[in-house]
Design a protein around this ligand. Structure first.
Ligand code: GDP
Length: 450
């Protein structure tokens, strides 16, 4: 990560396109000087005060100055709120660059906040998660992490570790002093406590991951059973092409939707029947690929028509997978009894046209994924954090084993080494000891202006 923080950076912070307001953000040592040039102002700006000014000779705008270190980045920051016109915003940005700023890279404002100690790495990651959130639960979880829930949980485990390490080091450094700085039982007790706390954090990790990453639900079935209609009904928008000619959905159509608080990527497939032409064969193979990557498969069958060999084939092929059988078109007269499907526990009867049964389907999707009880946001959601806390827990488990052995001085050294490993893993979570390429990778995900 080789960004210089001596530069002053500038970017349009609002999304591309037209809107009520658009914001250009400037941060760095020359931010206020840039704002002076842009507005032609000779008197100083009042800090944290909205100031109306004509900017870059084009538009009147509201200029707000934040002084270091009390700003988003920890540097001098100027935010210019202008009319949300791409032309106006671009003109302001160009003028800012002419006045000495350079274009900011993706995530560079947040990166500076991290470098300047305003936030730690999980908080920076939470900013990106919050911007990407699709469901209110995702937003709440990210916002909690930005507030520091994970930061505090890790800090308190780390503080206890630090304390234990200090005592053990004293014992190892002064082995002949005739007294122990820490009793073996005390070490064991402290380690049990630390194991309990990392375990509690990790106990939420499956749910946390589910909330953050969301899941993939793939819709399969022979042509014309209503896959696209179901997809649209669940997605709440007419995105997939609905047609009465079998086999026309030849590509995978995906949409990210909120299913009972879960970020769900819905995938509509071309169907899993034997390919009758080349284009469709391509679709079928993609459908198989999509199914393999799915957290849940929805197998759609048509209740209004007799089951065909293609239906049976799809039902048989998906038997081993996590699936729900969606019996569609129940608004029409039924051509066969539900019992004929065998295990009715995995069936949901719906009509993609009238929406009957869709609410139950949504709930059953959550239940099938053990995703219930998603009301309160867990503290840990990100695989990077989960993997490192797991690493810390393994080191603590090793330390606990070593602490249990009778050989005093030797095992203290072992315990110490394991505790240092645990600390290193935790410090990699917070960013205090994170490799540069990992940090660079994290900030690459951000949008420009964030
Ligand atoms: P796909 O090939 O499986 O994607 O099927 P489509 O979604 O394209 O639907 C095929 C036909 O069935 C269309 O004419 C839909 O309007 C109709 N259809 C789909 N779902 C229902 C339903 O629940 N009830 C009724 N009456 N028709 C449906």
């Amino acid at each position: 990560v080789s960004f210089s923080t001596l530069d002053t950076i500038a970017a349009i912070a609002t999304p591309a396109g037209r809107g009520g307001i658009g914001v250009v953000r400037v941060s760095g040592p020359d931010a206020v000087a840039v704002a002076r040039v842009l507005t032609g102002r000779t008197t100083p700006f009042e800090v944290r005060r909205a100031t109306l000014a004509r900017v870059a000779g084009t538009d009147s705008a509201i200029v707000t100055v934040f002084e270091a270190p009390a700003s988003y980045t920890g540097e001098d920051v100027v935010e210019i709120s202008a009319h949300g016109s791409p032309v106006v915003l671009r003109a302001i940005l160009v003028a800012a660059v002419a006045a000495g700023a350079r274009l900011a890279r993706p995530g560079e404002f947040t990166f500076r906040a991290f470098l300047n100690g305003r936030i730690d790495l999980p908080q920076a990651e939470a900013v990106a998660d919050l911007v990407d959130a699709v469901t209110p639960l995702q937003a709440r979880t990210a916002s909690d992490q930005l507030d520091g829930t994970l930061t505090r949980a890790i800090a308190s485990i780390d503080a206890q570790l630090f304390d234990l390490i200090a005592k053990l080091e004293a014992s190892v450094d002064f082995p002949d002093e005739g007294y122990h700085f820490v009793q073996p039982e005390e070490i064991a007790r402290a380690l049990d406590d630390l194991l309990g706390r990392t375990g509690a954090l990790l106990a939420q990790s499956r749910r946390g991951r589910l909330i953050r990453e969301g899941l993939r639900v793939v819709i399969v079935g022979r042509p014309n059973v209503g896959k696209s209609s179901l997809f649209n009904a669940l997605a709440g928008a007419a995105r997939a092409i609905v047609t009465e000619v079998p086999g026309t959905t030849r590509d995978l159509v995906t949409e990210v939707v909120d299913v009972d608080g879960l970020r769900t990527t819905l995938v509509d497939t071309a169907g899993l029947r034997d390919a009758r032409d080349r284009v469709e064969a391509e679709g079928v193979s993609r459908a198989r690929g999509a199914r393999a990557a799915a957290d849940l498969v929805l197998v759609v069958v048509d209740r209004s028509q007799a089951l065909e060999a293609d239906d049976r084939a799809v039902l048989a092929e998906t038997r081993q997978e996590r699936r729900l059988v969606v019996v569609n078109k129940i608004d029409l007269p039924g051509a066969w009894p539900l019992e004929s499907l065998g295990d009715r526990g995995e069936c949901v009867a719906v009509s993609a046209v009238t929406s009957e049964g869709l609410e139950e389907l949504r709930q059953r999707v959550c239940r099938a994924l053990d995703a219930e009880g998603l009301e309160d946001p867990p503290a840990i959601t990100n695989v990077r954090h989960i993997a490192l806390v797991e690493q810390a827990r393994e080191a603590l488990t090793r330390a606990r084993l070593a602490a249990g052995t009778p050989d005093g001085a030797l095992s203290e050294e072992f315990v110490l080494a394991d505790l240092q490993d645990a600390r290193e893993a935790l410090e990699e979570v917070t960013g205090r000891r994170t490799p540069d390429d990992v940090i660079a990778h994290i900030f690459e995900r951000f949008c420009i202006g964030k």
